[in-house]
Design a protein around this ligand. Structure first.
Ligand code: ADP
Ligand code: MG
Length: 332
């Protein structure tokens, strides 16, 4: 009996010693990195216990963002997308399966939105430089608007080629590529065992797990100020915000900004900001741009028809609108 009593605490002691040794070697903490890539701010933060491994994962994350930028940026002469814009009106251009599939995904959002999302918006969009306040003449803009129609993209899934039906057409994946890149980085981090983290590229973020026992807190900025109007507690989800305040200039009281309504060939003006919650960033990204173009009524109708997708919109009067699955906090 006495022996047993003596033995028990000894075992417990060993266990305690073992435990404290574990705690010492697993000094986990948050590691983060911020870099300008894809014309925006990329931020990655992960919870890791090995600093060297953490730095290596952050580097892999940035490398993946850079890889996608070099593939899909319209501003990189050597990118596949730039080649398409140069040559696809002359002859079909062979592209990678990866770019082809993302174009198909973009066209899916064109199909379900009646063309509100349309990567050929760039036929007009490329004539603007929002930083330099450059815009086309009214006639030039009108002529270019005639070229917007994703159905004028000839896609051959066997040969992996793309061709433009009309000369002067352009494509740009700016409304979906950042979300795609964020998903790829999340997949890479998760495959490496990351259980808590955030990956952000401009207005697109995706959360891996929670913030160590609490949700992540993500703010929606006031479209005309710096403060956050809404803070969302989120875990394991994707969130994307599109606004008319990111890239724009004003002339004679008209705001020229980077989200183009394909039907009109000019900036969409019904909403100031759209935030979409979804499982994947690629969907949240495409839908935030789509709903911005569609406006509140049609946009909410589309979101309400999609499973696992929510929306928070701010209209021109500053009023906040929610999809049916969310509870408007001011209604209580
Ligand atoms: P950002 O995070 O760059 O603000 P958004 O998700 O708000 O991106 O999308 C805006 C970008 O989408 C524009 O910069 C442009 O590249 C692209 N875009 C603009 N209008 C459309 C449209 N009607 N359909 C698809 N893409 C668009
Ligand atoms: Mg978007």
């Amino acid at each position: 009996m006495g022996l047993l009593l003596l033995r028990f605490p000894k075992k417990l002691l060993t266990l305690l010693l073992l435990l404290s040794a574990c705690v010492q070697t697993t000094q986990a903490e948050w590691f983060s990195r911020k870099e300008p890539i894809m014309g925006t701010r990329v931020f990655v933060e992960i919870w890791q216990d090995d600093p060297e491994r953490a730095q290596s994962l952050l580097q892999q994350a940035m490398d993946e963002m850079e890889r996608i930028n070099l593939l899909m940026s319209p501003y990189q002469d050597a990118s596949e997308l730039a080649k398409v814009n140069r040559d696809a009106a002359l002859a079909p251009v062979h592209i990678s399966r990866e770019l082809f599939n993302l174009i198909l995904k973009a066209n899916h959002y064109s199909d379900i939105s009646g063309g509100a999302f349309d990567i050929t918006f760039a036929s007009v969009g490329h004539k603007f430089d929002y930083r330099k306040h450059i815009r086309p003449s009214a006639e030039e803009q009108k002529a270019a608007a005639e070229l917007i129609d994703y159905r004028h993209l000839a896609l051959d899934p066997k040969g992996l080629t793309i061709a433009f039906a009309k000369p002067g057409m352009r494509i740009d994946l700016g409304g979906i590529a950042k979300g795609y890149a964020v998903d790829n980085v999340v997949a890479l981090l998760r495959a490496s065992g990351v259980r808590n983290g955030i990956v952000t590229a401009g207005g697109d973020s995706r959360l891996i797990g929670d913030h160590r026992g609490r949700p992540w807190m993500l703010g929606i900025k006031h479209p005309r100020g710096e403060e956050h109007v809404i803070t969302l507690p989120l875990s394991d989800s994707a969130v994307s915000t599109s606004g008319d305040y990111e890239r724009y200039f004003e002339e004679d009281g008209v705001r020229f900004h980077h989200i183009i309504d394909p039907a009109k060939g000019e900036s969409a003006h019904e909403l100031l900001s759209t935030t979409i919650l979804a499982d994947h960033s690629v969907d949240a990204d495409a839908l935030s741009t789509t709903v911005f173009v569609l406006g509140a009524e049609k946009g909410l109708k589309l979101v309400n028809s999609l499973a696992g997708v929510s929306a928070i919109l701010i209209d021109r009067t500053g009023k906040v609108r929610y999809s049916d699955d969310l509870v408007d906090p001011t209604m209580h």
